[in-house]
Design a protein around this ligand. Structure first.
Ligand code: F6P
Length: 328
C-alpha cells in the first residue's frame, strides 16, 4: 500500500510520535509513505515528501509537527476536495492518515465522498474536546505545561499578596483549565461547562484573604470569557476592590514543547493502530482511546455530542473548593 500522512489544525505535542509510529509500522510491512506538508493546504499544492523509517528518526521528543500544519479555509469547498482526490490518485496513494481535531476529521470525511482511497483519523489536539475518545494527543502535555506555569505564578502571588487571573487554552472546553487548575490547587476554576461567574469567584477569594490567605489563583478557560479578556477583567476587579490583581493570558506556550511520556505512548499506539486498521480495510474512522483500549470510531462520533468534563472531577470540585475556603 501507499500511505499519505498529514497533520492539520492546531499543532499538538505528540503529533510527531504518531507520525513516527505510523511510518515505521507501515514501512516495516513493506508499504510506502508520503508526508503531506501544511495539512490540507499543502495537499492542494501537492506538497509531498517521501517518508522512511529513517526520516522520522529523532522526532519522538519534539513538539510541533515535522509535517507542519495549517487551517485551510479553501478545503471547505467541494472543488478543493475533488482536486485533492485527483492529486492523491495521481500520486498513487491508497490510504490517508490525518492527525488533528474535529475540523481535520470533517475535512477527511468530506474528501472521502470524492476519493476511492481509505481515510483514518488520529485525534491530536491539546483541547481534549473530541467526544469519541477519553483523551487526545497533546492534552496531557498542555495540562502539565499549564500546571507548571501556575506553580511558578503562585510564587509571585504569595510574595506580593496578589490575585492572579490565569486564562488557559481549550477553545470552547474547560478540560485544560479543570485539570491544570486542580493539579496546581487553584483557589477557583472557571470553565464554560459549569455555570459560575468570575465575580462570585472573586468574592470567595476576598473572603479567603480576610482569613489570612496570601496567594490566590483563579484559573479561567478561554471558553469562559464572557465580558472582556483576562487583563481587562483583572483591571476591573482591582479597581472595584482595591486588591492587586494581575492577569496572565492564554499562551501558545501550552501548545508547544516536548510531549510527556503519556502523550508519546498514546500517540505511538494510535499511529500503529491507524496503519493496522487501514490495512485491514477500515476507512472513515478515527482512533479512540476508551476504558483502556483502542477502538476505531466513525468520524461523526468526533462531533456527534459535546464532550462532558470528567464527571467525578466535576462532582468533587465544589467540595474541594468549600474546604479550601473554610481554611484558616
Ligand atoms: O485547538 C488548539 C488551540 O490552541 C485552542 O486551544 C485555541 O483556542 C486555538 O487553537 C487557537 O488557534 P490559533 O492557533 O488558530 O490561534
Amino acid at each position: 500500500m501507499k500511505f499519505a500522512l498529514l497533520t492539520s489544525g492546531g499543532d499538538a505535542p505528540g503529533m510527531n510520535a504518531a507520525l513516527r509510529a505510523a511510518v515505521r509500522l507501515a514501512t516495516d510491512g513493506g508499504d510506502e509513505c508520503l508526508g503531506v506538508r501544511d495539512g490540507y493546504k499543502g495537499l492542494l499544492l501537492r506538497d509531498f515528501i517521501g517518508l522512511t523509517a529513517r526520516s522520522v528518526s529523532g522526532i519522538m521528543q519534539l513538539g510541533g509537527t515535522m509535517l507542519r500544519s495549517a487551517r485551510s479555509e479553501e478545503f471547505r469547498d467541494e472543488a478543493a476536495q475533488r482536486k485533492a482526490a485527483r492529486l492523491l490518485d495521481g500520486a498513487g496513494v491508497d490510504a490517508l492518515i490525518v492527525i488533528g481535531g474535529d475540523g481535520t476529521f470533517r475535512g477527511a470525511e468530506a474528501l472521502s465522498r470524492f476519493w476511492r482511497g481509505r481515510v483514518f483519523g488520529i485525534p491530536g489536539t491539546i483541547d481534549n474536546d473530541i467526544a469519541a475518545t477519553s483523551v487526545t494527543i497533546g492534552f496531557d502535555t498542555a495540562v502539565n505545561t499549564a500546571m507548571q506555569a501556575i506553580d511558578k505564578i503562585r510564587d509571585t502571588a504569595a510574595a506580593h499578596e496578589r490575585v492572579f487571573l490565569i486564562e488557559v487554552m481549550g477553545r470552547t472546553c474547560g478540560w485544560i483549565a479543570l485539570h491544570a487548575g486542580l493539579a496546581s490547587g487553584a483557589e477557583e476554576i472557571l470553565v464554560p461547562e459549569i455555570p459560575f461567574d468570575l465575580e462570585t469567584a472573586f468574592a470567595n477569594i476576598l473572603e479567603g484573604r480576610k482569613r489570612g490567605k496570601r496567594s490566590s489563583i483563579i484559573v479561567m478557560a478561554e471558553g469562559h470569557r464572557q465580558a472582556g479578556d483576562a487583563p481587562e477583567r483583572a483591571r476591573g476587579l482591582q479597581s472595584k476592590s482595591g486588591v492587586e490583581c494581575r492577569a496572565v493570558e492564554r499562551g501558545y506556550l501550552q501548545r508547544g514543547g516536548p510531549p510527556t511520556a503519556a502523550d508519546r505512548i498514546l500517540a505511538t499506539q494510535m499511529g500503529a493502530f491507524a496503519v493496522r486498521c487501514l490495512r485491514s480495510g477500515e476507512s472513515g474512522k478515527m482512533a479512540a482511546w476508551r476504558e483502556g483500549r483502542l477502538l476505531a470510531e466513525p468520524f461523526a462520533a468526533a462531533w456527534a455530542a459535546p464532550k462532558p468534563l470528567a464527571p467525578f472531577l466535576v462532582e468533587i470540585l465544589p467540595a474541594l473548593a468549600e474546604v479550601r475556603r473554610a481554611l484558616r
